[in-house]
Design a binder for this molecule. Structure first.
Ligand SMILES: [Zn+2]
Length: 431
């Protein structure tokens, strides 16, 4: 491979290690030097970052990207009605083409708001992988499995998961990894969950699952198995360091202890939990107990966007209301959740999540010369409480520039919006 250098010059660098000024030299996909001054002589591409804030590309640890097609189709409804009357009838008409169009739209939105890695669970995942590959992003993808105790369905779901592993794992120059995606303990049989555990061990894959999202789920699982969702999963030997559980809203204190001792990773999804009135996850308590809590938007049908900067603010505000204490979950902590904790949750802590030598060049540059960020004062506070995804100007993933000065390089934004709009229109007309 031909060597390619990129220099990000004179930035204010902010990551979990704090704030400093400096320049960054990138060779191919990796950061090879961070120092106060690097000469631009002989460098292929120079990005002038003077007066700009450089952060690690944000990590969205729970989403269903293709659901961009369902954005705004139904809001302000109870979860059951929302699923039964709107989402499931539409999903019955999905195909690979639609999922590709929706995923591509989601990729554009993520690049434009500074996210470079995401954890996705949905259907037709080889088509989603195609969108990720074209967009230049990094992703963990999983086929969402539901069997409702039906053996035939279980076999079909496992078969599809195996097909996706074989076809997509390690794809797009290693930017795509495949995980196993059993939907939840109340939609998957014990047999399916046990088979998933076996496959994860055999192939060294992550497991991405929804757990303890609503009070009703806890009731159902308790009725069936006599235990809360996490206690039940632990009882069947399902939990481990390779499990990333989304939501984790309704937990007992003994379940928090289980999460810590098993090394389970969580994805906190505050906007979705608020919008569907699911409840408030005890994030502050979980972090204090040493549980790795990362941040995710959930699908764009229950958020309704993929803006991780907005998600950081909502996460911080929600914890303050839960505890009625404004010192709860400060800006630094929530920024860690969206970066290094996300990397840890996806087993990529050595590769992404901070800006340091040897890590992948997954980066976002924020324009600080904006009215909503003036006077430029306290970078992490401004990023979490005053900024939005719209303030992201330039994005790199795996050393490639995906957006420069607000202009997408890997995808044609206008084309992607039109493609997704026509897919959404066609799909809605069928349902
Ligand atoms: Zn979800």
């Amino acid at each position: 491979m031909e060597t390619k250098n990129t220099l990000v010059m004179d930035a204010q660098i902010l990551d979990a290690h704090g704030l400093r000024k400096g320049s960054l030299l990138i060779e191919n996909d990796k950061i090879i030097e961070v120092s106060s001054s690097i000469s631009p002589a002989g460098v292929d591409k120079v990005i002038n970052a003077q007066g700009k804030l450089l952060i690690p590309g944000l990590v969205n640890t729970h989403t269903h990207l293709s659901m961009t097609l369902f954005r705004g189709v139904a809001d302000d409804l109870k979860l059951e009605k929302w699923l039964n009357d709107y989402i499931w009838p539409l999903e019955a008409h999905l195909n690979g083409e639609y999922c590709y169009a929706g995923a591509l739209l989601g990729c554009v939105e993520m690049i434009k708001s500074g996210t470079t890695t995401f954890n996705d669970m949905y259907f037709y995942m080889d088509h989603v992988a195609e969108a990720v590959k074209e967009a230049g992003l990094r992703a963990v993808i999983s086929h969402g499995m539901i069997d409702f105790d039906d053996e035939e369905k279980r076999k079909a779901e496992i078969k599809e998961s195996k097909r996706i592993i074989k076809k997509c794992h390690g794809g797009a120059d290693g930017r795509i990894r495949v995980a196993l995606g059993p939907h939840s303990p109340y939609t998957c049989s014990r047999e399916l969950l046990e088979e998933v555990r076996g496959l994860a061990d055999e192939h060294g894959l992550l497991i991405h699952i929804h757990v303890a999202e609503t009070e009703d789920e806890v009731r159902q699982v308790k009725e069936k198995y006599g235990l809360g969702p996490f206690a039940y999963l632990d009882d069947i030997g399902f939990l481990g360091e390779d499990v990333i559980a989304a939501h984790a809203v309704w937990l007992s204190s003994s379940e928090i202890h289980i999460l810590r001792s098993r090394g389970v990773k969580l994805s906190h999804n505050p906007t979705s939990n608020m919008k569907l009135a699911s409840g408030v996850s005890p994030v502050e308590e979980l972090l204090e107990c040493g549980v790795c809590v990362s941040l995710g938007t959930d699908g764009p049908a229950s958020n309704n966007n993929l803006d991780m900067i907005e998600e950081m603010k909502i996460a911080a505000l929600l914890q303050k209301i839960k505890s009625m204490d404004p010192t709860s979950l400060g800006a630094e902590k929530v920024f860690e959740m969206a970066t290094i904790n996300g990397a840890a949750a996806l087993g990529m802590v050595d590769e992404i999540g901070t800006i340091e030598v040897g890590k992948k060049a997954d980066l976002a540059l924020i324009n600080t010369r904006k009215c909503n960020l003036a006077p430029w004062r306290h970078p992490v506070s401004h990023l979490v409480y005053a900024a939005s995804g719209c303030d992201v100007e330039t994005v790199l993933c795996d050393g490639e520039i995906l957006m420069e000065n607000g202009k997408l390089k890997s995808l044609d934004e206008k084309y992607v919006i039109e493609l997704a709009e026509s897919a959404a229109e066609e799909l809605t007309s069928k349902a």
